[in-house]
Design a protein around this ligand. Structure first.
Ligand SMILES: C[S@@+](CC[C@H](N)C(=O)[O-])C[C@H]1O[C@@H](n2cnc3c(N)ncnc32)[C@H](O)[C@@H]1O
Length: 365
């Protein structure tokens, strides 16, 4: 579909939601969340910036994960079926395009009726073997050349959510800024690709994993732990929510790979604990959104000023509430935020990441 055609369709869709289309941007990337990816393997992405005059549309309560995100899901599902009727398929295994709404709150808006919530529970469930993954995906084959073997992680809804190129790429580069091996804690460790990539570089001292999926923890224990143990790397894993994992050990790197919708809630509930759990020169990496759908990244980075108008907004969503230095990068076609309270570490990380020529934005609180 052409952008000018989509503008008319989106305007028609948004009329019902008291919202105005502000602008639209088209981009393209590898389709790494479908396996095998349909068509030629790439995804046509449309990002629609939308001003909502009803600022209560996504609810009024502060809990983003429980109250806000499920209403955004409702809007996205309605958009997908509206577009399907117009001939554009943006969801399911055959979709070769995506349309993302980036919501902006109208500062002259009112609190009106909220959308009903839609709950779509998801967890990592199946593993795609490395050989199969790389044979049928040029994106994952390229990743394998850069970082070595990793397995695919598929959710119960059929989406491929791992390996996370953004996390693997940033963890490896951040590790390069340390002279010695590092200790790592990862929320949402899935198929263990971050741990294995670091171990292969001889940069991993210890790994504390976490996943709320029994299937993923079982896979980690039977297939990843033995590889790490052979190198004398301890790798306990906690089965349960990232909100419940014990944070008593100090580490050099925290990697956040849990679903985007849980990330603001994680900082809201545990931001100060995360800072305490990091060594002085420690850093946190978080794979915060797809490039074309920056809303979650912007909630975390505090970049979109109008977001503070939402009735559910909370400044504890911001990384800068907890970390003085926050940088935003595109790594392996995924958006990653990197945060630290050490000026020296921040500069070292900026140095190792700058040669990529990738999008880079550095914030100093
Ligand atoms: C994006 S995948 C991470 C994949 C992993 N980085 C890899 O390369 O294999 C997210 C994983 O986090 C788990 N997860 C999502 N939300 C979670 C939460 N709130 N607490 C714990 N685990 C979570 C999912 O079950 C899934 O396995």
């Amino acid at each position: 579909m052409k952008t000018y055609q989509l503008i008319r369709i989106l305007e028609e869709f948004l009329e019902e939601y008291d919202a105005t289309l502000l602008g639209i941007q088209e981009s393209k990337r590898d389709n790494f969340e479908r396996f095998p990816a349909p068509g030629n393997g790439s995804l046509q992405c449309f990002t629609a910036e939308v001003l909502f005059h009803n600022i209560g549309i996504f609810g009024n309560k502060v809990d983003y994960l429980e109250d806000v995100y499920p209403r955004i899901t409702t809007l996205n599902m309605r958009l997908a079926s509206f577009l399907e009727k117009k001939g554009l398929i943006i969801s399911g295994s055959n979709a070769v395009a995506t349309v993302c709404i980036v919501p902006h709150a109208d500062k002259y808006g009112d609190i009106g009726k909220s959308l009903p919530p839609t709950l779509r529970p998801s967890r990592g469930q199946l593993i795609i073997r490395h050989k199969t993954l790389t044979e049928k995906s040029t994106y994952y084959a390229t990743m394998a050349k850069r970082y070595g073997e990793s397995v695919g992680v598929v959710t119960n809804n059929g989406t491929v959510v791992g390996p996370d190129g953004g996390l693997i790429g940033s963890a490896c580069r951040v590790a390069d800024t340390y002279e010695n091996k590092i200790s790592v804690l990862e929320f949402g460790s899935g198929g263990g690709s971050t741990a294995l990539a670091l171990a292969r570089k001889k940069k991993l001292k210890s790994f504390f994993g976490n996943d709320f999926s029994p299937e993923m923890v079982e896979y980690f224990t039977t297939s990843v732990t033995p590889i790490l143990s052979a190198d004398k790397i301890k790798s306990p894993i906690f089965l349960g929510s990232c909100f419940d994992m014990s944070l008593e050990t100090k580490v050099d790197l925290i990697s956040v790979g849990v679903y985007y919708q849980a990330q603001t809630a994680l900082f809201n509930k545990r931001g100060h604990e995360l800072v305490k759990c990091l060594n002085k020169s420690g850093a946190l990496i978080i794979q915060s959104s797809m490039q074309e759908d920056p809303f979650n990244t912007e909630l975390l980075s505090g970049e979109l000023k109008n977001n503070s108008i939402w009735p559910w907004y909370n400044k504890n969503f911001h990384l800068n509430t907890f970390f003085r230095y926050v940088a935003r990068y595109i790594i392996e076609q995924e958006t990653v935020l990197i945060a630290t309270n050490s000026r020296e570490k921040f500069l070292q990380i900026a140095k190792v990441l700058s040669y990529d020529g990738n999008f880079q934005k550095l914030n100093i609180a």
